[in-house]
Design a protein around this ligand. Sequence first.
Ligand code: 13P
Length: 247
Amino acid sequence: MKYIFANWKMYLSFDESCILMSQLLQEKSEMQNVEVAIFPSSISFSEIEKLARGSQWSLGAQNVAWVEKGAYTGAVSAQLFSELGAKYALVGHSERRHIFHEKNEDTQKKMSACFEAGLIPVLCIGETQEDLEAGKRQYRLQRQIDEALMGNNISERSFFIAYEPVWAIGSGSACTASDAEDIIGWIKLHLKDALGVDNVPVLYGGSVDATNVVSYTAQASIDGVLVGGCSAKFDEFSSILKAFDGA
Ligand code: 13P
């Protein structure tokens, strides 16, 4: 099974989200051996869920609060997304870390909140350009993984990891498929050897488009892709789905 996850970020209005979802489902809702999941904005989530009913597509939250209920103005809990039909939730996306200053300890709490709510968290990790140049790639990834998973009883949990190098997100300069394969191979080895967990799907994200998607999904260690910008445009995302389906 391979996975194509679409992170719509804050690219679309409510109406645009509904139109895009309807068009995509009409164009291509059934695919073999691939799971498509859409991560719409919180505000359009419920309407997108109604449109997705009866299809094979899944839905996820772009972000969740780390508590279930209470005086947390503006926050949306994992429980609430679960109640509305989410299967997944992104945790620790690079934009949450760099724009909203989320720390590894926040990702740890959000992973717990997802597990408690019955959501499958997709832990997003990735090194910056500075980390890369300083030879700190593995160091950064290892800390992001270990600190998010700490105390979370992970051998009994389902979760994904999305490797999204910060320098590749939205830059048009993607990590090469062979480099992504090597580092994702290393991530899987680390999960197994240091943390005792096997079979965690690991996705690649960062400037994925219709011309390069198959180069990632064809790799042995890469279980799928997390697409940002190109997933919020009908022509580009349907070309990604077609490229994948035709491969
Ligand atoms: P882009 O595909 O726009 O580079 O974004 C990747 C991403 O952040 C997905 O979560």
